[in-house]
Write a protein of this length. Structure first.
Length: 172
């Protein structure tokens, strides 16, 4: 794994941002990149918000008038080969031609929603944050879940990274 920059900005005050959470978010980004074989310098921005903030963003960018858990804003453009595939390496090569780090995009995570969902699903807050960051990262890397075949692939990738993090479904 080569150089990775994860810029984490905390703009909420409902959940304390600890060094452990920051390190864990960075590890989630790193493991997702590792699983996908990304070996060039990349940058990812993570914005931690509350439900009210993510509600506004969800309405503004997706036209959905409700809070959500995570939003992703990818910067890479993927060629569609007509078979629901994205060519990550081609997109990275194109974006990284100038020798600078490739900006993958932004992930916006509702810490308030992550805490609620962790309680609802009966697992740890960190596991929920990890799952949502991995989910967001996969979107930045061109995965989607609009169609069933895509959803299945994305879920398998999420589980693979969670396993790499030592957080399978059975784990806290």
């Amino acid at each position: 794994m080569s150089e990775m920059v994860v810029e984490i900005n905390n703009s909420q005050d409902k959940i304390e941002m600890t060094p452990e959470i920051k390190r864990f978010i960075e590890e989630c980004v790193s493991k997702t990149l590792e699983m996908e074989g990304v070996s060039i310098p990349v940058e990812v921005s993570v914005l931690l918000v509350d439900d009210q903030q993510i509600h506004q963003l969800n309405r503004q960018y997706r036209g959905v008038d409700a809070p959500t858990d995570v939003l992703s804003f990818p910067m890479l453009e993927f060629e569609d080969d007509g078979r629901d595939r994205r060519d990550l390496q081609a997109a990275l090569n194109e974006a990284g031609r100038n020798g600078q780090a490739v900006v993958l995009g932004d992930i916006v995570l509702s810490m308030e929603r992550a805490q609620q969902q962790a309680q609802e699903y009966g697992h740890s807050f960190l596991r929920e944050v990890g799952y949502l960051i991995v989910h967001g990262m996969l979107h930045l890397l061109g995965y989607d879940h609009e169609q069933e075949p895509q959803r299945i692939v994305m879920r398998q990738k999420e589980e693979q990274v969670m396993g790499m993090l030592g957080l399978s479904r059975e784990d806290g």
